[in-house]
Design a protein around this ligand. Structure first.
Ligand SMILES: [Zn+2]
Length: 88
């Protein structure tokens, strides 16, 4: 089974774990649910604060846009640079 990356944004920590689709990964430090990072996406090291912040800002934006697009398929086409996805 391949590993995936899980992130806790509050603790600024990454975990690598085998992917378990149905099971949420809980942060060992703060017990919050971690965010799953899309397959093959490179996450900057947490100590590189600016890059880390910029990455998560964009990633969460793109996840939000996908949710909006699913809720409203007529909202027009969009390109998500981080996920490298084009939605029409
Ligand atoms: Zn945490």
């Amino acid at each position: 089974m391949s590993n995936r990356t899980f992130a806790c944004l509050d603790c600024r920590k990454l975990q690598r774990k085998p992917s378990q689709r149905a099971v949420a990964v809980i942060c060992p430090h703060c017990r919050q649910e971690c965010i799953v990072v899309a397959w093959k996406l490179h996450v900057p090291a947490p100590r590189k604060r600016k890059k880390w912040d910029a990455f998560w800002k964009q990633y969460l934006l793109e996840l939000r846009l996908i949710q909006q697009k699913r809720a409203n398929p007529h909202m027009g086409s969009m390109y998500l640079p981080l996920l490298n996805q084009y939605w029409v």
